[in-house]
Design a protein around this ligand. Structure first.
Ligand SMILES: *Cc1c(COP(=O)(O)O)cnc(C)c1O
Length: 428
């Protein structure tokens, strides 16, 4: 993420609602909700106060060997709001660790379950998936520019083709390409099912891979295949969780229950680092019965009180502000704003789930001719001059406003990005 040759970065001094203010007092709309984390806007009084109140009690005491009140209350709330069979919470402090935990748990579960499956040691994941930057998470990831350097460090996995229909070469129509992707997935599950511990997926929308959205029913189909081949489903909801797709969790959109769910980014509404991995009774019980069955994993700042207090306050705001109920009108407005761009000659595709948007740029969509690889970055730089912060993933421009964004702010965001795209693609 650190390109040493980039423009000097903005130095942010303060923030309010959807707006970031730099140290020269310039205001910018936070169009990617501070790396997909901020849910209710910056400087939210309820969350600010909750952290202050917690600060007056205790900031951190270890969760290793003792407990703390906010982590217990938050665990109860998380169990309440996640799909039903998920009822055990394991805390950590960032998205990658929440994934490492899920991977290790799934692996160990297969060894220790009542009918042990010692051959089930591998993972299956989609191409272009992203699960974090630690070595285990990179092993199940599939983004060449981030991951290829570390090849020799990584463990083996099975890669199924992401249903990235724009770039799937197998068939002229999207329907045929989709069928090919499903066919490949089924074939891989059939031939490797016996050696697979778990399927890890970013439900509905693969974020860092370029905002690759999945068709309705895809996640459900993956769940069904996992059942048929007796493997666990790990839903990495680090990016999509906490309302980003329009419901609290992406799995809710298809009424799918994963065996493990990974939560981070939006968990504290973007205030503090905190993560949680939730699982079911079935998985939990495989770890009971003595030290040789224990899950040996713990992070120093696991279940930190300030983080848990922020997360609890965020859930309170979801209720008090009816955030999810009010979201449909906003995402509808976002969709119609983006709709006006869909005929743009240099926009190959606009992919969206809820507030998560990827605008893929191409010189010629018909002939699949690419722009120079830094075009997305130039568009984002131009948008910044127009008062909007957005980030590129290659030549995909990503928009992800906070759930608290207003309709006027959505207009501003879409207009600035449209202008930036027009100007930059016009100059090439
Ligand atoms: C950001 C992200 C992660 C990693 O989270 P960190 O807090 O950066 O470690 C994992 N999975 C997904 C889907 C993400 O978007």
């Amino acid at each position: 993420m650190a390109d040493m040759a980039e423009d000097p970065p903005l130095v942010i001094g303060s923030a309010e609602g959807s707006w970031l203010v730099d140290t020269d007092s310039n205001r910018y709309l936070d169009g990617v909700s501070s790396m997909w984390t901020n849910v209710h806007g910056h400087h939210h009084p309820t969350i600010d106060d909750a952290i202050r109140r917690q600060l007056d009690l205790v900031s951190h005491s270890t969760l290793l060997g003792s407990a703390n009140a906010p982590s217990i209350i938050l665990a109860e709330k998380l169990v309440e709001i996640t799909p039903d069979p998920l009822c055990w919470v394991f805390y950590s402090d960032n998205g990658a660790t929440s994934v490492e935990i899920a991977l290790k748990m799934a692996f160990q579960y297969q060894q220790q379950r009542p009918d042990p499956k010692p051959g089930k040691t591998k993972f299956i994941a989609l191409s272009d998936s992203y699960h974090g930057d630690t070595v285990g998470a990179v092993s199940v990831g599939g983004i060449p520019i981030f991951h290829s350097t570390y090849g020799p460090l990584l463990f083996d996995k099975i890669t199924a083709p992401a249903p990235y229909l724009l770039r799937c070469g197998h068939g002229p129509s999207y329907d045929e390409r989709y069928r090919w992707c499903i066919g490949e997935l089924e074939r891989l599950m059939e031939s490797h099912g016996d050696e697979l511990a778990a399927f890890i997926i970013e439900p509905l929308m693969q974020g860092a891979g370029g905002m690759i959205d999945h068709r309705k029913g895809y996640l459900r189909h993956v769940r069904q295949l996992c059942n048929e081949h007796d493997l666990l489903l790990i839903a990495d909801e680090v990016a999509v969780g906490f309302g980003k797709t329009g419901k609290m969790f992406a799995c809710d959109q298809e009424e799918v229950v994963p065996d493990l769910i990974c939560l981070a980014k939006g968990l504290t509404a973007g205030y503090l680092p905190l993560a949680a991995t939730l699982t079911t009774d079935r998985v939990y019980e495989a770890f009971l019965g003595g030290p040789e069955k224990t899950f040996y994993h713990g992070h120093t700042f696991t279940g930190n009180q300030l983080g848990c207090a922020a997360a609890l306050a965020s859930l309170e705001v979801f209720g008090a502000e009816r955030t999810l109920e009010r979201l449909a009108a906003k995402t509808g407005h976002l969709a119609s704003g983006l709709g006006k761009l869909s005929e743009h000659p240099h926009i190959a595709e606009i992919r969206r789930q809820g507030v998560m948007v990827g605008i893929e740029l191409m010189r010629s969509v018909e002939d699949m001719i690419e722009f120079p690889p830094d075009t997305g970055k130039k568009v984002c730089r131009r948008a910044r001059d127009l008062g909007v912060i957005v980030r590129p993933l290659g030549n995909v421009v990503v928009l992800m406003p906070p759930l608290s964004v207003t309709l006027e702010e959505i207009d501003l965001l879409v207009d600035a990005v449209a202008t930036a795209i027009d100007q930059v693609t016009g100059e090439i």
